[in-house]
Design a protein around this ligand. Sequence first.
Ligand SMILES: [Zn+2]
Length: 70
Amino acid sequence: MVESRHACPGHCGATVARHLLACRDCWWRLPLDLRRRVTSTYARRDRDPGAHRAAMLATFAWYDAYRRAS
Ligand SMILES: [Zn+2]
């Protein structure tokens, strides 16, 4: 079975499994409040999918604003 993967939103060039938002490195450089927002809305995404989508969009916007200097 081929696992579905997508590009890491952190502009690092990695691909990550579909059920993960970002690769481990990019995940841990997210600010704590954003990580909390993503995980808490993910836990109740069936009841409130809009909140989780909004949290993910906020995360993608953060990655765009804070690209890793390389
Ligand atoms: Zn990454």
